[in-house]
Unconditional design. Structure first.
Length: 131
């Protein structure tokens, strides 16, 4: 059993039926970070009418079937450490990706993403690309 944290890019690819279903086994423990909910909902808000209904249905389904890990003080501390590390290294990364990375690190999960570069060389963060 793997403990996985599904990144927004993975979920979007799943919606488009491009994600590798074989990456997740039936007995794997999957979850998503709270920031992922916001990213998915922005996609709904920016969708055109026809696509919006399908996207909203997908997001609603994801929100009812995938556990959501809240941003708490422990994740905030880890997020601050990761943010400081990338700034000191002179290689800023997306703030949302750092929130996801901090959530994965604190909860002992592997980030599943289509964008592994967004999590590159973060200390204590395991990443798996589904592409």
């Amino acid at each position: 059993m793997k403990r996985l944290l599904l990144d927004t890019t993975f979920l979007i690819d799943t919606e488009r039926a491009e994600a590798a279903a074989k990456l997740i086994d039936d007995d794997d423990d999957v979850a998503m970070a709270a920031i992922t909910v916001a990213e998915l909902l922005v996609g709904v808000e920016l969708s055109k009418c026809k696509a919006r209904i399908a996207r909203q249905t997908f997001v609603d389904s994801a929100l009812t079937t995938i556990p959501i890990i809240s941003y708490d003080v422990e994740i905030a501390r880890t997020h601050a450490g990761l943010l400081a590390a990338v700034r000191k290294a002179g290689r800023p990364l997306c703030a949302h990706d750092l929130l996801i990375a901090a959530t994965a690190k604190v909860t002992g999960r592997t980030v599943v993403t289509a964008d592994p570069d967004g999590f590159e060389n973060l200390p204590g963060v395991d990443v798996s690309s589904h592409r």
